[in-house]
Design a protein. Structure first.
Lengths: 430, 329, 365
């Protein structure tokens, strides 16, 4: 019986690897045709090509403990401070989602399904090879994810307070972060000292500095980089070592700055500027950014936990002491987080409005994964509020599967055309 | 340079001036709204509260009669000081504040974690400074007048606030005068006041060591200076739409003012406890979310680049270099 | 209380008129300057503080150190050796302000007294013939005309507008029978006020007509340039004095300290004309603590034959230094108790804080 099970799993794993490799190759075949891509994207391409060619070499080969993370609410600084390597395990593969589907109801979050699929089949080695998987109990799917994964990997659930404005929530979260710290210390047998904490915060600060510079460059009128490439850069953070990621992004930023001087954009100026918000967009599910840009829109910014929000919020060291740095990390991962699992939606609205102004956005695309209830819940009031502010919006409800690509393309094209028409009406030039 | 350090230098300079300025004959008067103790012998300026209490203890007929002009001049001086500098006195000039900041520095140097108030406790103590302010007006008035037909208070109640202000024993120490560290047994009132003073001095030293700016929460001068929060030349403005409510400012605020992080719709952020130390502006990573203003013009604004610089985000690390010692563990 | 003092005053007046005055006619006693009538700042000149009772305990009716609103508080550094000459400055404040007042200055305001130290004494109208002068910090000197301010008090007054040290001296001559009494006294005061302008000094001529001048000089060290402070003499302090006769020190001259309650100590001056007294402690306290100052006197007397053939055969030169002495605050203050209280408070709060923090930390540790 067990043998049969294993056989089936093995078969499934093989199939998954194969399908994953196929979809990755498909993406990169398309990419290869593209011209005018910044050269500094190469390291990121290399990384993602490994998903097809050498799944075992995706992660840096250093002999350190690997800590798998879900969500942005886990401060990676702590993992670095403990001397381990954080790996963000949120998954975007439709094939993996199919592999995990058996355990889930009909309408359920493809991200979690994919994560379970990868872990169950072991198609990607590091999903099972992590020494610890930290799952914050944010949305309903993550709450149950721990139970599903704990059969394969050691899991640490973090209790996330959902109403974060109260004092109890903050203190509770501070304690949770300390609990995580103890668990990490136990795992790596390294004491997280003040010095290590400070060094790791600086490390992330550097990454964040580059990330902010990258976002600033994206805000440029020229559209220096395509939205898909930006998503790629952000997704690479999941699997790369922070320092090397920072280095690669620094190169990319420099190249983009040079392109800016030369006036070399990747989209025509007539392309309406689009903001993408909602459920995460994770490799290899780059369907939406690709569709937007194929339809002639310029994806200039996004408010996604997988890219735009990923490294935005910075921890501030007030006094370089243990408590304060912990609290800083806890605060930075919880307080500014605009995930809709939290009760207060104003933060997200304010942030969106600010981005719309800063990036001169003409249209907003709401991306809702089927089964991603929190975003779905928040959508209606948010849509009403944005509409009141005069923002054109498009709501897309989809999942990872490529089946609905064509209907989506039609809708997105229509939306982009509307935006163009609107620009004409407002007296702008195409 | 970090504002924090500039502030410490300014504070040190003001401290030296206010405590030792008299040696060189400097004086900026007796109506300075900051805790520059009048008991310090070589002071270069003195706290507003001591003469204020003296004035209040004049019989009312004298106060609004013979001494009305000096009193008004004196209040006017205070008003000008307050208008120009406002709460900047607390954060940048006050010698007692400087002492507390030094204690905090000492604690940071020793690597001892600081304490924070629970929200409820902090709100519970909010009224203390107003109560002290009321008392430091009413008790002296009770010396010179019989309030509501009550018998006049004894002269031992003179300058009641100065008698319990930790500045009285501490600041003269800097000019070598230990004579205020004592308990006066001459009357029950004196005994009570001096014992309370010694107790509060102990609380000041320990509390100031454990918690940043611990005593400023109870300072009646802060209550007085709150008059200038809105109209003062120095201000602190918040741009709500740029705020992510990340809470950095709240955590960095030595006075633990929650409004600075939580309130998005408020523009003027100089609250009743604010000491205008600008720490919140320093730690704010969002461009122009917070800015310190002078006469309404921003002079120092929050920015991501500035934030990273102040956080010591060093020049780029060589790639593949971190964590440095992960292999050794 | 007030009534009783009035009775007492009446009795003393009778005593004076019937007993002492005839005696005093024979010997005028000593002349001294008492720091001006004290007015309680708070009370606006109520009966308690308005006038001295003429009692032996001629301290200021001035319960605690209160100064003007802008004046600095009393420095509690009573252990200082310096002090003493500032009492006039801090405590002299008149009810009627006829002269121009600088913001933080107090007028020089003194009562002339004639009689025996530590015994009943009164100002009498004959004192109007006394000669008084003031030497100001800018070097100017001026004669002061004694005037009868109240029926009982002959006073001298100067606005004392500039900052610095003032020397007020007075002299009085009387011939009784065949003895010529020359009485001298000197007082010093410090004043806050405006800084002196260094204009060319006026004529420094000695404006005193009565020579020789016999003076007791208070040699207490200069308390420094901080004129904002009140400097006082406290019991337990040392009092160095120097005897000067026509500006020359007088050696081997007995000089007597008389405390307020009549206790005497006589020293003899050394070759520099100097002697140092210890201001011994008086019984200031009865049932409750009394912080009022009392007057101590330093007196000296020279008897010698008259210079001139005609007139009185003998000449008596007497000089007085009257000074206010405050009871030492050490009597009711304890610094060690203060320090203990401070450290106890610190320890208690420290321990409580440490325990609370430990408790709070435990769950997440």
């Amino acid at each position: 019986m067990i043998q049969i099970q294993t056989d089936r799993d093995e078969k499934q794993a093989k199939r998954l690897s194969l399908h994953l490799a196929m979809s990755v190759r498909e993406i990169f075949d398309r990419l290869a045709l593209e011209q005018n891509r910044p050269e500094a994207m190469a390291p990121f391409d290399t990384l993602f090509k490994k998903f097809a060619e050498a799944p075992d070499e995706i992660l840096p080969s250093r002999p350190v403990k690997k800590v798998g993370l879900y969500c942005v609410t886990v401060p990676e600084e702590l993992v670095y401070a403990a001397g381990a390597l954080p790996v963000r395990l949120c998954a975007g593969s439709t094939d993996a989602a199919e592999a995990g589907e058996a355990l889930f109801p009909d309408v359920s979050c493809p991200l979690v399904k994919a994560a379970v699929g990868f872990t169950r089949t072991g198609a990607l080695g590091f999903y099972r090879g992590c020494d610890l998987v930290v799952i914050p109990a944010t949305c309903d799917w993550k709450v149950k994810l721990g139970d599903l994964l704990s059969r394969h990997v050691p899991v640490l659930m973090l209790n996330v307070p959902k109403h974060k404005t109260t004092e109890t929530a903050r203190l509770f979260w501070y304690d949770e972060i300390r609990r995580l710290c103890r668990a990490l210390e136990k795992l790596t047998k390294t004491r997280i000292t003040r010095g290590r904490l400070r060094a790791s915060i600086s490390l992330i600060h550097e990454a964040q500095a580059e990330f902010r510079r990258f976002q600033e460059l994206r805000a440029d009128d020229l559209c220096l980089i395509s939205g898909r490439d930006a998503v790629e850069v952000a997704n690479a953070w999941f699997y790369m070592d922070a320092a090397s990621w920072t280095g690669h992004v620094r190169c990319l930023n420099e190249e983009l700055a040079k392109r800016k001087q030369r006036g070399l954009g990747v989209m025509p100026k007539s392309a309406p500027r689009v903001l993408l918000t909602g459920s995460p967009v994770i490799f290899p599910n780059w369907k939406i950014p690709v569709l937007i840009e194929d339809s002639g829109g310029a994806l200039v910014c996004d408010e996604l936990c997988s890219s735009g929000r990923l490294l935005w919020d910075m921890a501030s060291i007030d006094e370089p002491l243990y408590d304060d740095m912990f609290d800083a990390l806890a605060d930075r991962s919880l307080m500014p987080c605009t995930c809709p699992v939290f009760t207060d939606a104003t933060d997200r609205r304010v942030k969106l409005l600010r981005m719309i102004r800063d990036y001169r956005v003409e249209g907003v695309v709401h991306h809702v994964l089927k089964g991603c209830h929190p975003y779905d819940m928040e959508l209606r009031p948010l849509e009403a509020e944005l509409a009141a502010a005069g923002v054109s919006q498009l709501k897309i409800e989809t999942d990872y599967s490529p089946e609905d690509t064509e209907p989506l393309r039609t809708r997105i094209e229509a939306f982009i055309e509307t935006l163009k028409g609107r620009r004409l009406k407002m007296g702008g030039a195409l | 340079m970090r504002i924090d350090r500039i502030r410490l230098i300014v504070q040190a300079f003001c401290f030296v001036f206010l405590i030792y300025g008299g040696i060189l004959g400097f004086s900026i008067g007796n109506a300075v709204p900051t805790m520059a103790c009048i008991y310090a012998e070589d002071r270069g300026g003195a706290c507003f509260l001591y003469p204020f209490q003296r004035f209040m203890s004049l019989p009312l007929s004298t106060l609004i009669g013979a001494t009305i002009l000096p009193f008004l001049i004196y209040l006017g001086t205070f008003f000008l000081w307050g208008l120009v500098f406002g709460k900047a006195f607390c954060g940048w000039i006050c010698p007692l504040g400087f002492l507390q900041d030094l204690l905090t520095r000492a604690r940071q140097f020793l690597g001892i974690d600081g304490a924070r108030f629970r929200w409820a406790s902090r709100e519970r103590f909010q009224w203390v400074k107003y109560a002290l302010l009321a008392l430091l007006i009413l008790i002296p008035m009770g010396i010179g007048n019989s309030l509501g037909g009550l018998p006049k208070l004894s002269g031992d109640w003179a300058v009641p606030f100065c008698q319990i202000c930790p500045g009285k024993p501490l600041l003269p120490l800097f000019s070598g005068d230990t004579s205020h560290l004592l308990i006066d047994f001459s009357s029950p009132v004196k005994l009570a006041l001096t014992s309370l003073l010694m107790f509060l001095t102990g609380v000041f030293l320990i509390g100031g060591f454990v918690k940043r700016r611990w005593f400023c929460l109870y300072c009646p001068m802060a209550a007085l200076l709150s008059l200038f929060d809105r109209i003062g030349f120095v201000g602190l403005k918040k741009k709500g739409e740029a705020c992510t409510r990340c809470g950095n400012c709240y955590r960095a605020c030595p006075m633990e003012i929650r409004e600075i992080a939580d309130e998005r719709d408020r523009k003027h952020m100089v609250t009743q406890d604010c000491i205008l130390c600008m720490r919140c502006v320093e730690v704010c990573p969002e461009n122009k979310a917070l800015s310190a203003t002078l006469l309404g013009f921003p002079v120092f604004s929050a920015s991501a680049a500035g934030f990273l610089k102040r956080q010591g985000c060093a020049p780029p690390l060589p790639i593949e270099d971190f964590p440095h010692d992960s292999n050794s563990n | 209380m007030i009534k009783r003092t009035r009775y007492l005053k009446g009795i003393l007046c009778c005593l004076y008129i019937f007993l002492i005055a005839p005696l005093a006619a024979a010997d005028p006693g000593y002349l001294w300057l008492e720091a001006g009538p004290q007015m309680r700042r708070m009370g606006g000149g109520d009966s308690e503080g308005a006038m001295q009772s003429g009692n032996t305990n001629s301290g200021m009716a001035h319960g605690r150190p209160v100064a003007g609103p802008n004046a600095p508080p009393r420095p509690a550094s009573h252990a200082r050796q310096v002090s003493a000459d500032g009492h006039g400055a801090s405590d002299t404040q008149s009810k009627s302000p006829p002269e121009k007042r600088a913001a933080m200055s107090h007028p020089a305001h003194y009562t002339l007294r004639l009689g025996w130290p530590a015994a009943a004494s009164a100002s009498c109208e004959t004192l109007l013939t006394a000669e008084a002068s003031i030497l100001r910090p800018d070097g100017s000197a001026q004669k002061l005309i004694p005037h009868l301010e109240t029926p009982e008090a002959v006073r001298i007054r100067d606005a004392a507008l500039i900052q610095g040290r003032y020397v007020i001296s007075a002299s009085f001559d009387q011939t009784t029978g065949d003895t010529h009494y020359r009485l001298f006294t000197q007082a010093t005061m410090r004043n806050t006020g405006e800084k002196p302008q260094r204009h060319p000094l006026p004529d420094q001529k000695d404006i005193h007509t009565r020579v020789p001048r016999f003076l007791i000089e208070d040699l207490s060290p200069d308390p420094g340039k901080n004129f904002a402070r009140v400097h006082r003499k406290y019991t337990g302090d040392k009092l160095p004095v120097r005897l000067l006769l026509s500006e020359a020190p007088v050696a081997n001259q007995p000089v007597t300290l008389t405390t307020a309650s009549g206790w005497r100590q006589t020293l003899t001056t050394d070759e520099k004309g100097e002697a140092t007294f210890a201001l011994i402690k008086e019984s200031f306290h009865d049932n409750e603590i009394n912080k009022r100052p009392v007057t101590y006197f330093v007196t000296s007397e020279i008897r010698r034959p008259a210079h001139s053939r005609q007139g009185p055969r003998g000449e008596v030169l007497r000089s007085t230094l009257a000074l206010l002495v405050y009871p030492s605050p050490l009597d009711w203050e304890s610094r060690s108790a203060g320090l203990y209280a401070l450290f106890l408070a610190m320890a208690a709060i420290g321990v409580v804080t440490a325990i609370r923090r430990r408790q709070r930390k435990r769950p997440c540790a």
